[in-house]
Design a protein around this ligand. Structure first.
Ligand SMILES: [Fe+2]
Length: 260
């Protein structure tokens, strides 16, 4: 991983805008290693030597949706991916941002958004972590754009603390009981920007910054991302209250009242 910006510039951009784009932080070699690892795992499910990760993804989705989901779940534990997500440089930025020497891995995972667009989230802040505030790292393995879909951010939304999140469905098919988002009236107050982040580049976003996905319009294309949430040793109820769960619940907690 190569990050061309100085840590202090990355940090001040996040503080000003809610996020910072890390241009070309992964080399082609890094990207190929991650893609290849995911492809090999899919080929383990049903071996046939397919060499294209996106094609293989659709093949497995058509073959067995449960196993496709299992692949998704196990991918976040793939050390070839974790090695990149936990690069010293990236963790160093998180340490400096929060002014702490201890950072926890909040939830490494992949994001997979295919042409069904059922996993798109409504605007939300990055909650249900161990620490109240965290830095989300999000890196696409394929270019994201108006065709393939991508990540949207709401400018200036990180300057107002945490908003209430709801679990109720907003009238469309949802895929998780933990599905959670802010009231559309809240996100409507901010300007939405559909980011077009290219493969190899990534974003670091502060947890208070409202974000969501925008749809993939291209049939047979799948947007695969690698993600992590860097949780600092700060504002962790689990280490202060022996009744607290490790993850701060999505709802029923006033996030703004969690302090050290
Ligand atoms: Fe999110």
């Amino acid at each position: 991983m190569i990050i061309n910006k100085a840590n202090k510039d990355v940090i001040s951009e996040i503080k000003d805008n809610g996020y910072c784009i890390l241009e070309n932080c992964f080399t082609n070699e890094d990207l190929n290693e991650m893609r290849s690892s995911l492809l090999q795992t899919l080929n383990y499910i049903k071996p046939d030597g397919e060499q294209d990760l996106q094609k293989k993804y659709y093949e497995i989705r058509n073959y067995d949706r449960k196993l496709k989901g299992n692949w998704y779940d196990i991918a976040g534990k793939d050390i070839n991916l974790l090695r990149h997500l936990h690069s010293q440089k990236l963790v160093g930025i998180a340490k400096e941002y929060f002014n702490t020497n201890v950072i926890f891995s909040g939830r490494p995972c992949i994001g997979v958004y295919d042409d069904e667009n059922v996993h798109l989230l409504e605007p939300h802040q990055e909650t249900a972590q161990m620490s109240r505030d965290n830095l989300l790292f999000w890196a696409p393995l394929y270019d994201t754009n108006k065709n393939n879909g991508g990540l949207s951010v709401y400018k200036g939304s990180h300057k107002h603390g945490y908003f209430d999140h709801k679990i109720d469905s907003i009238g469309k098919k949802v895929w998780t009981k933990e599905y959670t988002h802010v009231d559309p009236k809240v996100s409507a107050k901010f300007k939405r920007e559909d980011l077009e982040i290219k493969a190899g580049s990534a974003i670091l976003l502060i947890s208070t910054c409202l974000h969501c996905g925008y749809p993939n319009k291209e049939k047979d294309s799948v947007r695969i991302t690698v993600c992590e949430r860097f949780n600092p040793l700060q504002k962790i109820p689990y280490l202060r209250d022996n009744n607290a769960s490790m993850r701060i619940p999505y709802t029923g907690v006033d996030y703004n009242k969690i302090t050290d």
